[in-house]
Write a protein that binds this ligand. Structure first.
Ligand SMILES: Nc1ncnc2c1ncn2[C@@H]1O[C@H](COP(=O)(O)OP(=O)(O)OP(=O)(O)O)[C@@H](O)[C@H]1O
Ligand SMILES: O=c1ccn([C@@H]2O[C@H](COP(=O)(O)O)[C@@H](O)[C@H]2O)c(=O)[nH]1
Length: 233
């Protein structure tokens, strides 16, 4: 059976314990979840990590474009942390960044990335967002998934799937086991932004939204078990 090519979107919070933005324990847990999942399944893994643990891109004294650049830079920091923690756990990774962050990461180059993924035995990490302001790392994940022709996008988050409304704000929200891209877009479900859903719809890459904080869930998703919510055509 051919290896599945998977784009895993981690939130910045996966590196944080709440009191410190990047905590050793959270990094270790995240890496252990990845390691135990990839060692038990045939998978070519690429990762995009958000910046919500450090920067959310808003401040009245900072222009939106500047704030967005800061957010993209934070994803470089988080990616560097993840890359080192993977290395400590004995896992190889290759870090590519949008825009030049010379000396910190290699520039994103699609052909090189695909060669790297095909050689296997590495986790490719995409830093620096799309390289453009006004976007998010969810959209980055959808974009990179399309560029590398991923089979699926996994959104690792703090909720156990897609709900009719934000379950953290609405106790009556109802969970979907599955839904179509069109439904997700029409219902304005804010678990991911419009651009990310729309790009995955155009490229026919399914999205699985699952609770990353339940131990073993990533492994279950990669092994094809029904976890979370799947959004597909
Ligand atoms: N319809 C919905 N179904 C499920 N969750 C939803 C929905 N609408 C909004 N949410 C919220 O979306 C959040 C998604 O968070 P996500 O994992 O993207 O973290 P983030 O804060 O954006 O991370 P980062 O900025 O680091 O990428 C969930 O915590 C959830 O509360
Ligand atoms: O392509 C991109 C990606 C991200 N940004 C900015 O970075 C922050 C952090 O990303 P999250 O997805 O919210 O974790 C985002 O809010 C934007 O400000 C960007 O401009 N372009």
């Amino acid at each position: 059976m051919a290896a599945k090519r998977v784009l895993l979107k981690l939130s910045g919070e996966s590196l944080s314990d709440g009191s410190s933005s990047i905590s050793a324990n959270s990094l270790l847990r995240t890496v252990n979840e990845i390691k135990s999942a990839v060692t038990c399944s045939r998978v070519q893994l690429a990762v995009v990590i958000g910046a919500g643990n450090i920067w959310r891109g808003a401040c009245k004294f900072i222009e939106r474009v500047t704030a967005d650049k800061m957010g993209m830079l934070v994803t470089v920091m988080n990616s560097l942390a993840l890359s080192d923690a993977l290395a400590k756990a004995g896992m190889k990774s290759n870090l590519f960044s949008a825009n030049g962050v010379s000396g910190f990461a290699e520039n994103f180059n699609r052909e090189k990335v695909i060669r790297c993924i095909e050689q296997g035995n590495t986790t490719v990490i995409f830093a620096g967002g799309t390289g453009n302001p006004f976007f998010t790392t969810d959209t980055t994940a959808a974009l990179r998934a399309a560029e590398i022709k991923a089979d699926m996008l996994l959104k690792a988050t703090q909720v156990d799937g897609v709900y009719s409304a934000d379950p953290k704000k609405n106790k009556d929200a109802v969970k979907f086991n599955s839904l179509t891209f069109k439904e997700a877009l029409d219902k304005h479900l804010k678990i991911m932004d419009y651009e990310a859903f729309s790009l995955c719809m155009q490229t026919n890459i399914s999205i699985t939204v699952f609770d990353f904080y339940k131990d073993g869930n990533l492994k279950k998703v990669l092994n094809g078990e029904k976890v979370g919510t799947i959004v597909e055509a």
